[in-house]
Structure formats: C-alpha cells, structure tokens
Design a protein around this ligand. Structure first.
Ligand code: ADP
Ligand code: MG
Length: 459
C-alpha cells in the first residue's frame, strides 16, 4: 500500500533516495545533488533540470537507465526521462570541473552499511547560543562552555550525564562547533561510542590498526557520546581506555556523555573510576518554565505563529524529553500547513496532540512495537522492513518506521540503524528529515498520526 504521489518534487526526492542508495556518495553528490524536477508532461515525460551541458551529457549517457527504473519504482508506470539544462538548478557554477570528470564508481555492495563514515558533521543548530539555560542544566552548560574555551585545561575529562532528550548531544556538539570556530587549527572529533566501536572493529578487520590510532590519538578534543553502550564490551573498553589515557596524558580534552552516572555503568572498576576522575555534571529534567522557553525559541526559529495558550499547553503536557516535545511541535506545524490556518491555537494543539500526550506515565516504547505497527499498517513483513529491498513500497514504510523510532524512542541514530538491518546512521538521519518534510502532505500526516496512535494504545 503506497501513497498516490503526484507532486513532482516528492517524486523526484523519492527517486533520488533510490539512486542515492545505489551510488557512492561522491558520485551522487556530483551528479544528482543539483538536479531539480521541471515538469511531468501530459504524455508521460518526466523532465529534469541540471546545471550545465556537461552534467546533462553525463547523466544521459550513464544514468538514464537507472533513472527510468527508479522512476518506475516510485510512480508505478513507465515514464520517459528528459534531461535539460536549467539555470534554476545551477548552484555551483564555479565548481571544479575536474571533479566532475571523475569516473563514478558504483559500490559493489550497495546496501552494506558504510561504517567508515564516522566523521560526524556538527549540526549547526546545536550551539551554545541556541541552548536555553535553566536551573536544570546551567551547571552542565557552563562547564561545557569552560571546556570549549580552554580545551584540555579545565575539567578533564568532563562527564555529562542525564536522561534522554535533555540536551547532552546538543552540548557536546556545541563544544565541537565552538572549538572549530575559535581554534581552527585544533582537531575535533565527535563520535558516539558505537561509531568508535565500529571504527575499531573495522581497523582490525582491515588490519589498519595504525590508522585507527592515528585518527583518535591525534585529536585535540575528543567528544564521545552515549558511552553507556560500551557496557559489557571488554575489548572496546580497553581500547577506549588506552586512547583516553594517551590524550589525557598529552593534555588533550575528552568529554563524555552518558544517560547515567559513571557508578551506574557496568564496566571494569579501573575504567570507570578513570572516566569519573574529572568533573561530572548532570542535566536534570527541565522545569515548566524552561520547557516553555525552549518551545518559544523552537517555534520562533521555524517562524510559526503560536498562541501563548497553545505553547503553554504543550509545555505543560509534554514529558521532560525535549526531543519528544519538539516532535509534537513538528506535527502541529505540519497540521497547521494542511489546515491552512494562520496561527496555531489551543483547539488545534489539543486536536493534534491527543494521541501524542496520551501516555503520561512515559513508559519507554520498544522499537519492536514501532516496527510491528508499521508493518501491519503497510502490509509488509518484518523481513522486508529491515531487508535490503529498495522498491518504493518498502522504502517508504521503512523511512516512516525510522522516523517514528527517532521520535518515540531514546535510541541513538546508529542504534536505530542497527535495528534496520545494520544501516548507517546517516540513512536514519535522512529518513527523519524526509518524512518530516513529507508530513506537509495530508495523507502522510494522517498515516503518521494513525500509526502513532496504535503504537501508543498498545504500549
Ligand atoms: P540527549 O543527547 O540528552 O538525548 P539532545 O541533545 O539530543 O538530547 O536533545 C534533544 C533535543 O532537544 C535536541 O533537538 C536539542 O537541541 C533540544 N534541546 C535539549 N536541551 C535544550 C536546551 N536547553 N535548549 C534548547 N534546545 C534543547
Ligand atoms: Mg544524545
């Protein structure tokens, strides 16, 4: 059961999803990033604009087959593809021509997870400026800033801990952004402990242990997120411990984040006490006032007018998990667009959130029940959901399930990727952004609301 999609932008972005999955990143970036749909003619020609003659020839020669078959998967019927030079899709006129001439290499195993991709781009949203301070988090925020201002000199290691969705990742990334901006020569790495683990495992299988050491021991600031995942992983703990000792010894900064205190992480005592040897700062659940301030900022950056009473309602009902609170607001915003109302008022918020805030006790939702409901809703099997099939009737439900996993559980992106057949965290990120965008279509919005409601009711 797929949605009937008629909007060319949506069609094209779904086609790109399929192609992206099949190509390596540089090829995709070079050839597809600056394409744009132009029109779907009455006689069944899908017209795509590219930025220059060169790109047009290349796409026609190399990729027209691939594009036709991806299009067919999306719309269900055979369409002709025409590619033309369209100034509007030109964003990179000055780009290096040499790079474009490079032969695109097709991955041998397109669905294999790309574990090497550990360089996590910082999310520009996560700065100190955008971090709303309240009594629940001001200590953690201030010490994080102190580390960013003088990396390695203060509070080394800094250990941040607190429940899910309270801002740990935000603070780690804020440190990373601050340091890269103010000390451009310093090398900063942000990884989750799972990515660190993957890197290590890869270096063993590829017998490139030196490059692993080289990478992690040459940094000035190492930011490691979600270190609770190192629990019960002896050899990784040891590896991490060695890296840590060397960095600490050379006066390099290490910042760790975890969803619980060091004492409550199950690992060898000598490691644990070492990680706890610097400063520990906890983040507590935000008060109503802080939640409201965060919400205000969030809707202001999105430029959406909310009535005060509507914001207060969300701040009041929401769980302390800010990710969930933002998830609720994203749905409200999508609903507003559909209903074509100017301002978000209280009745609208009550209507949209009646299922979201249903479960006040806030029991964690297992990812298995999200997957089960999504499979049921779209009539696909669990094996298909987590498998490697890339037909649109599977890709779309898979993206919906990833979206819901991100919104409704406390799992990190790599962990979610794992639960979907070992996909990379960037795939999950992409799915999230994708569905969030698609939610401004009524049918997609309704599907997400219905699935959430059945997940909540069965939780
Ligand atoms: P954690 O890593 O603790 O699970 P995140 O850092 O991912 O939580 O935060 C979840 C969401 O809430 C992010 O979008 C983040 O920007 C937002 N958030 C958390 N705390 C704050 C804050 N104090 N001010 C603004 N946004 C916040
Ligand atoms: Mg986090």
């Amino acid at each position: 059961m797929t949605t009937a999609i008629t909007d060319i932008n949506t069609i094209w972005s779904l086609v790109l999803d399929i192609v992206r999955d099949e190509l390596n990143t540089p090829s995709f970036k070079t050839w597809f990033e600056h394409t744009a749909p132009v029109e779907l003619t009455d006689d069944g020609v899908f017209v795509v604009g590219v930025q220059n003659e060169f790109a047009r020839n290349w796409l026609e020669e190399r990729y027209s087959q691939r594009l036709s078959s991806a299009l067919k998967q999306v719309v269900g019927v055979e369409l002709a593809v025409r590619i033309l030079v369209d100034q509007n899709s030109s964003q990179e006129e000055e780009a290096d021509e040499d790079q474009r001439v490079e032969e695109p290499v097709v991955q041998q195993a397109p669905s294999a997870p790309d574990k090497k991709n550990t360089r996590h781009e910082f999310d520009p949203k996560y700065t100190f400026d955008s971090f709303v301070v309240g009594e629940s988090n001001d200590f953690a925020r201030n010490v994080a800033l102190a580390v960013a201002e003088q990396p390695g000199l203060k509070y080394n290691p800094l250990f941040l801990w607190g429940g899910p969705g309270l801002g740990k990742t935000h603070l780690l990334q804020a440190i990373g952004i601050y340091v890269t901006q103010n000390f451009p020569h310093k090398k900063v790495i942000y990884v989750t402990s799972e990515q660190f683990t993957n890197d290590y495992v890869d270096s063993i299988t590829a017998k490139s242990h030196d490059s692993f050491r080289q990478k992690y021991r040459s940094v000035d600031v190492l930011l490691i997120d979600d270190i609770q995942f190192l629990e019960n992983k002896q050899s990784i703990q040891e590896q991490f411990f060695n890296t840590f000792n060397e960095l600490k010894h050379r006066g390099k900064a290490v910042v760790l984040a975890s969803d619980r205190r060091p004492q409550d992480i199950n690992m060898e005592e000598r490691y644990r006490s070492r990680f706890a040897s610097g400063l520990q700062a906890d983040i507590q659940p935000p008060t109503y006032e802080t939640r409201l301030a965060i919400l205000k900022q969030f809707v202001e950056t999105q430029n959406i007018p909310f009535e005060d009473a509507a914001l207060a309602y969300v701040a009041e009902r929401s769980t302390p998990n800010i990710r969930e609170m933002e998830g609720a607001v994203i749905r409200i915003i999508a609903y507003r667009e559909l209903s074509k109302k100017q301002i978000v008022d209280l009745p609208m918020v009550e209507q949209v959130t009646k299922d979201i805030f249903l479960d006040r006790s806030h029991r964690p939702i297992p990812i298995t029940s999200i997957q089960r409901e999504v499979c049921r809703y779209y009539s696909i099997s669990h094996a298909e959901l987590i498998g490697s099939k890339r037909s649109q009737s599977i890709v779309y439900p898979r993206q919906v399930a990833m979206y819901l996993a991100r919104e409704l559980t406390d799992m990190s992106l790599p962990k979610i990727g794992n639960e979907f057949g070992g996909r990379d965290h960037t795939t999950v990120m992409h799915a999230f952004a994708k569905i969030q965008k698609l939610m401004s279509q009524r049918d997609v919005y309704n599907q997400i609301q219905q699935i959430t409601s059945s997940i909540r009711q069965k939780a």
